[in-house]
Design a protein around this ligand. Structure first.
Ligand SMILES: NC(=O)c1ccc[n+]([C@@H]2O[C@H](COP(=O)([O-])OP(=O)(O)OC[C@H]3O[C@@H](n4cnc5c(N)ncnc54)[C@H](OP(=O)(O)O)[C@@H]3O)[C@@H](O)[C@H]2O)c1
Length: 229
């Protein structure tokens, strides 16, 4: 039995990961911005929910005060930022940059004394860093930043293992599943496997990164070979 914390676990891939681990008998805490919503969702499968805003890093330590030992930490939280450099929205950019780069780091900083030598951490980036799209300026930037963050955390926290996961388009995730079929079909055509990654594929990859004792400072793409399409 492991103690698992999923930050950004009230929706999408984080929620699926939390549900899978709770089903396996782990002690799971998941977070969203609203404590009541997070805890109500978590209780459906025997987990506990907390409220925590990654974009307000000064408040993170207090929000995590009653979290105990952490064996596996997953940082999955995201807010969407449609931002072009030609029409740059500084507030929106600051929100996402703070959330992923400072917020993720502050969660780890807060929990350092509750991690141990066999703990493992997975941070979520995404393939927008390699395959940018109009409006994805901040998303591409922070996802690339996650790669740098993984490297420095793996060095500073050694022997704790720290890895990143970079999903491509996750076709059945809440963000993508209701997009027009034309959009999804075009993305499938660009993907060598002929299918989009699923939440189950990503959950399985996160689980691998957390469990395998020699995989460290790796940036794992889960995208069906999309960059070659
Ligand atoms: N879906 C994809 O196709 C895809 C592709 C590439 C990368 N990714 C990455 O994979 C991860 C999961 O994506 P997803 O699509 O499954 O996510 P999602 O369904 O949009 O869920 C986002 C999660 O982040 C939480 N969140 C939002 N704003 C927050 C804030 N300010 N502070 C703390 N938590 C906050 C949400 O909780 P509340 O709303 O309850 O606050 C929710 O639990 C993200 O890091 C994303 O960048 C996803």
């Amino acid at each position: 039995m492991s103690n698992v914390l999923v930050v950004g676990g009230t929706s999408g891939i984080g929620l699926e990961f939390a549900r899978m681990r709770a089903g396996r008998g782990d002690e799971v805490v998941l977070t969203g911005r609203d404590t009541h919503r997070a805890d109500t969702l978590a209780k459906e499968f025997g987990a506990r929910g907390l409220g925590l805003d990654l974009a307000r890093p000064m408040e993170i330590a207090a929000a995590l005060a009653d979290v105990g030992r952490v064996d596996h930490l997953v940082l999955a939280g995201v807010s969407r930022d449609d931002n072009k450099v030609t029409e740059y929205d500084i507030d929106a950019a600051l929100q996402l940059v703070t959330l992923k780069l400072v917020g993720y780091t502050e969660v780890v900083h807060t929990l350092v004394s509750r991690l141990h030598d066999d703990s493992a951490i997975v941070l979520f980036g995404g393939q927008a860093k390699e395959r940018p799209y109009p409006g994805g300026t901040t998303v591409a930037t922070v996802n690339a930043g996650v790669g740098g963050l993984v490297n420095t955390l793996a060095v500073e926290l050694a022997p704790i293992r720290v890895n990143a996961i970079h999903p491509g388009v996750v076709g059945d995730s809440p963000y993508w599943r209701d997009k027009p079929e034309k959009v999804l079909a075009a993305l499938r055509t660009e993907t060598p496997t002929g299918r989009l990654a699923s939440m189950a594929d990503v959950v399985d990859a996160v689980d691998f990164l957390l469990r395998n004792g020699s995989v460290n400072a790796v940036e794992l793409s889960v995208d069906g070979g999309w960059l070659l399409g």
